[in-house]
Design a binder for this molecule. Structure first.
Ligand SMILES: *Cc1c(COP(=O)(O)O)cnc(C)c1O
Length: 423
């Protein structure tokens, strides 16, 4: 009776789906049920009253970083439809990525900050000789009695120190090569390097060579340092034992995904500190199947791109925006390429405020508070280490714009600046 009933309802579903789709002839009721149950998407931004923005800034976390390309969005949606064994997916994704990115091992983390934590935990695990397999369970609360020192250059200390600290390590700060050599002790687990640091006396190759003389692994945080695409393998090939990248920045994967790349024994040790294991530091940094697949799909997408192609596209966008404001009195434009992090053409617009009476920060506020809401680069009217001084400049990050948005940004800038011209 029950069986018959459900069969009948399935059949009914099949028929109603058939009618909706307007398809003639018989179709599999199970497939029809799936088709009829696929809802048209609800715009939850609208429902929640959260206004989408035009991102003329860059891959900022606060602006939800990148938009995934259509192929990545589709891969994420497809992965959401069926369960898998998480460990199988983690391992297979790691193997695939290691092959594509020319390194021994890879792990999809919950962003670059998580990759830093897992990389640090991996180095602690290996340095302390994980014979009984219980080292990960002692991070961070048992660190005082274990090897727990990480060496860093003073000029490389940064906000992401915290991603290392959460493993319970102590950071030993050095400046000169001599201090670096002297800093190694029997408690050293890692020599950590910040790839985009703008100060620090010791370069990458020396950093690696000296660490390896002491049999200590070194990690390089290159989170925001793609393009060039080849950076995804340049630093592991250079000899860094671990390298971290953000998945949601230039790679345009899910915002909560990242990459830990490097030595296979360290990647395996990182996995011992990662979810789905419950009593380890990585448990709260879960990457769901959708994001693991999205990260892999984003790397696949990126490897179909070229540095020259991306740069040409970004320059064209910057030029279109510059052209839109070129008739504003005293306006000068410059397309600037930051050296390491966010190494993409960035537009700087400067003008004489005695002729155009609006400060760059005021322009940014006006664009933010009008519709559509446009977010300019945060260096506008201020400064940032990677850019020339911009206290008097409007800065436009163009690489996260969607097609056609450069024209909207150009038009809005022209309107706001024209309105401020002194007669
Ligand atoms: C963005 C960034 C991170 C963090 O990356 P997430 O993927 O957001 O976790 C870490 N280090 C540096 C240098 C970064 O620029």
């Amino acid at each position: 009776m029950t069986v018959q009933c459900s069969r009948r309802s399935l059949f009914r579903l099949g028929r109603s789906a058939l009618a909706t789709l307007g398809v003639a002839g018989w179709i599999d009721p199970l497939k029809a049920a799936a088709a009829s149950s696929a809802p048209s998407p609800v715009d939850y931004y609208e429902k929640l009253g959260v206004e989408p923005i035009i991102n003329a800034a860059g891959t900022y976390t606060d602006l939800t970083a990148a938009i995934m390309p259509p192929s990545v969005q589709a891969a994420v949606a497809e992965a959401a439809k069926r369960p898998v064994r998480l460990r199988d997916l983690q391992l297979a994704a790691g193997k695939y990525l290691a092959d594509k990115l020319h390194c021994e091992g890879a792990l999809v983390s919950a962003g670059a900050a998580s990759a830093l934590t897992l990389g640090t935990a991996a180095c602690i695990t290996v340095a302390n000789g994980n014979e009984d397999g219980r080292i990960p369970q002692s991070i961070p609360q048992g660190m005082a009695s274990m090897k727990n020192e990480v060496i860093m250059q003073k000029g490389h200390r940064y906000a992401y120190d915290h991603a290392l600290y959460c493993c319970g390590v102590r950071i030993v700060e050095i400046e000169t090569v001599d201090e670096y050599r002297a800093a190694f002790s029997e408690k050293t687990v890692l020599a950590h390097f910040f790839n985009a640091a703008t100060s620090g006396q010791i370069g990458r190759e020396d950093w690696i060579a000296i660490a390896h003389q002491h049999n200590v692994p070194c990690m390089n945080d290159a989170a925001a340092d793609m393009p060039p695409i080849s950076n995804l393998w340049n630093y592991t090939r250079m000899g860094f034992d671990l390298v971290t990248f953000s998945g949601g920045k230039g790679i345009r994967g899910p915002q909560n995904a990242g990459l830990l790349l490097g030595r296979s024994d360290l990647i395996a040790a990182a996995a011992k500190n990662n979810n789905s294991i419950d009593d380890v530091v990585g448990r709260g940094q879960k990457v769901a199947k959708e994001q693991i697949v999205g990260m892999v799909a984003a790397v696949d997408w990126l490897l179909t791109q070229t540095d020259a192609g991306m740069e040409a596209e970004f320059r064209a966008r910057a030029q279109r925006i510059a052209d839109a404001v070129k008739h504003i009195p005293t306006m000068t434009s410059q397309i600037y390429l930051p050296p390491v992090a966010n190494h993409v053409p960035t537009l700087l617009l400067t003008y004489d405020q005695s002729k155009v009476a609006i400060a760059p920060k005021e322009v940014a506020r006006t664009l933010r508070n009008s519709s559509p809401s446009i977010e300019l680069h945060p260096a506008t009217g201020g400064s940032q280490p990677d850019l020339p001084p911009t206290t008097n400049a409007i800065v436009v990050g163009v690489w996260m714009l969607e097609p056609g948005q450069d024209l909207i940004v150009g038009r809005r800038l022209r309107q706001v600046l024209s309105g401020a011209i002194r007669s």
